[in-house]
Design a protein around this ligand. Sequence first.
Ligand code: FMN
Length: 141
Amino acid sequence: MALITLIYVSSAVRPLTNSDIQDILRHSREANAKSDITGLLLFKGGNFMQVLEGDSELVDELHQKIINDSRHTGLITLIRSPIPKRSFSDWKMGFKNISQLTEEEKAAHSDYLDRPLNDTSYISNPNEAFILLQAFKNTVR
Ligand SMILES: Cc1cc2nc3c(=O)[nH]c(=O)nc-3n(C[C@H](O)[C@H](O)[C@H](O)COP(=O)(O)O)c2cc1C
């Protein structure tokens, strides 16, 4: 099995309700468990950032479905690369709405939080997207 990580950013086409997000998560957690895909989805100000990890063929297949999903647009793939091991192995799809952080979390992540998730700085420095995702991994459900 060739393990890869893939990180993208995108924008919701309309304001999402809690139930819209729950629909995405319910489907994702069930499907990802079957294909052994792990990762984390961040949402802030209408934008998504997601990391997917797993077998390259399965991740590429899911990536294609996600690209074709009409609930979001403007998808930019920041990273697709082989990895020796997973960084998000405990999450079939963790989720964090980072529009709603505690004061403590805001202070800890102040370097990143003033930028939108689809900021061009992540395109020029994709590793910063990985650092942001990593920073939230222990605070997600
Ligand atoms: C922001 C976003 C993230 C998504 N993440 C996942 C995911 O991690 N796993 C998944 O199976 N579907 C995910 N989806 C849903 C897929 O785009 C697509 O609807 C689903 O894979 C279709 O599955 P099906 O072909 O089995 O019906 C996501 C959708 C959006 C909008």
